[in-house]
Design a protein around this ligand. Structure first.
Ligand code: UN1
Length: 492
């Protein structure tokens, strides 16, 4: 199957475009071929989106929301199919595939509700017989650039608020996971979303992404991906005075205090470190443990890691799937070598799994290092794979300091039964998301998603906060006094 662009409600003809294969990371099997679009394709899509936006902005928001309700309903009906496509092209285990599709469904219904809110403010004017209010106005055509690790959820975090607020969009999914975008185009079509509101252009970041950012009619760019790419998006976007919302890397930690429920902490660490094979921005990649329980935690983690089943995520009994491609596999393995060279103790894993049934996929053994120096590279840099580093500390204050010592600030977690420690931690952990007695993953769609420092640039995905990315505040003053009233002058 050749995946074509979806522009102005039509599937674009193939033309002489180049296509590249999309492969199943669990088996190496070719699933489809995806178009590598050019700047001309981007121009076509922006034109369609711009034309559609004029009408879309005038559709009452509750009516725009009706399309989202319908999109949510169709996604719910197709949930199992969508989850299977997701698992095949991305590799996460099927249970997580279902969870991710559910995240998209939740986002559809949640944002549809915003159609009847989209609250602004009314506020008194300082002058008599004058009315003042602020409203959220649509911005225009927005450009969405999404990663392969959450091929549908992240796209819904961005596109659904954009739609309900009266924008139209152009979406460039990752070339590794275009099939979810193709499936979503079919959902949009079935929901009867007017032509040109949703447009999908497949291709590389360097060609399609750049053309989107440089296009004068694309007013907002919302990007999720690596810090390196995010920096270039911001640089180029800045030059073109674009509003740029960035969601980038993480180096998230679970803190385990001496009074923690260790059994629960082990479960939280395993789920958030090795779920999705560690390929979440929110994944736990450091465990900061109090010295009094370090040895016990190490032992319990080693025990628990023995029974983790690894394989093709389509098999319901498998807990950990493959990583996305060979390049990722090599990067993870390189970091493990670095960890050893830095003097950390490798307790479990540390190898590429390529025997028997795993030989065709990209599998990495869940890996645990201990005695890791907090400043070492494996404790500071994002690995994006199933590798965890244990760092020993002697107090809560030190744990928080170690947590905050990285350049990222997405998610953090503390396991403790002491209410004073918990409240101090939630205040002092410098991350956009904090969990208490749970791992570092599991964000819900009605809260803001994003992070501090190198993780982002101050914007948030999902939650009501996402509306700030896709709307412009408009302040409106209505003077019904029938005379000239000068603010700051005539009210004294
Ligand atoms: C991501 O890793 O980029 O909180 C998104 C979570 C998911 C979303 C992760 N709900 O782990």
């Amino acid at each position: 199957m050749k995946l074509k662009n979806y522009i102005g409600g039509k599937w674009q003809e193939a033309g002489d475009a180049k296509y590249v294969p999309v492969t199943n990371p669990a088996t190496g099997e070719e699933l489809a071929q995806v178009r590598l679009s050019t700047k001309d394709d981007v121009d076509l899509a922006v034109e369609a989106a711009k034309e559609a936006q004029k009408k879309w902005a005038l559709v009452p928001a509750p009516k725009r929301a009706d399309y989202l309700y319908e999109i949510g309903r169709i996604m719910k009906e197709k949930k199992e199919h969508l989850a299977q496509v997701l698992t095949k092209e991305m590799g996460k285990v099927i249970e997580e595939g279902r969870g991710e599709v559910q995240e998209g469904i939740d986002m559809a219904f949640y944002m549809a509700g915003e159609g009847r809110r989209l609250f602004g403010e009314t506020t008194p004017s300082e002058l008599a017989d004058k009315f003042a209010m602020s409203v959220r106005a649509p911005i225009g055509v927005v450009g969405l650039i999404t990663p392969w690790n959450f091929p549908v959820a992240i796209a819904t975090w961005k596109s659904f608020p954009a739609i309900v607020a009266g924008n139209t969009f152009l979406w460039k999914p990752a070339t590794e996971t275009p099939m979810m975008a193709y499936e979503m185009a079919k959902v949009f079509e079935e929901a009867g979303l007017p032509a040109g509101v949703a447009n999908i252009v497949f291709g590389s970041g360097s060609e399609v992404g750049t053309a989107m950012i440089e296009h004068p009619d694309v007013k907002v760019i919302s990007f999720t991906g690596s810090t390196e790419t995010g920096r270039s998006v911001a640089e180029l976007g800045g030059r073109h005075l674009k509003k740029v919302s960035l969601e980038m890397g993480g180096k998230n930690a679970v803190i385990v205090m001496e009074d923690a429920d260790l059994g629960l902490a082990v479960e939280g660490i395993l789920w958030s470190a090795f779920g999705t094979a560690g390929q979440r921005c929110t994944a736990c990649s450091r465990v900061i443990v109090h010295k009094d329980v370090k040895e016990e935690l190490e032992n319990r983690l080693q025990e628990a890691m023995k029974v983790l089943s690894i394989g093709d995520g389509m098999d319901e009994s498998v807990k950990i799937g493959p990583v996305i491609n060979k390049k990722a596999l090599d990067k993870i393995h390189r970091y493990v070598q670095i960890g050893k060279e830095e003097g950390a103790t490798l307790l479990v894993g540390g190898e590429i799994l390529d025997k028997e049934n795993l030989s065709k996929g990209n599998y990495y053994a869940p890996t645990l290092f201990t005695n890791v120096d907090r400043d070492s590279r494996i404790a500071q840099e994002e690995i994006f794979g199933p590798v965890v580093s244990l760092i020993e500390v002697s107090s809560l204050e030190e744990a928080i300091e170690v947590n905050n010592s990285v350049t990222f600030g997405l998610s953090s977690s503390i396991f403790s039964r002491d209410v004073n420690k918990i409240f101090k931690a939630q205040r002092d952990l410098d991350t956009g998301i904090v969990y208490v007695n749970a791992g570092t993953t599991g964000a819900e769609i009605h809260l803001p998603f994003g992070g501090t420092k190198g993780t982002g640039n101050g914007h948030r995905d999902s939650g009501v906060a996402a509306l700030d990315v896709y709307t412009e505040w408009k302040s409106i003053y209505i003077d019904f006094s029938g005379k000239l009233q000068r603010a700051q002058i005539d009210n004294s």
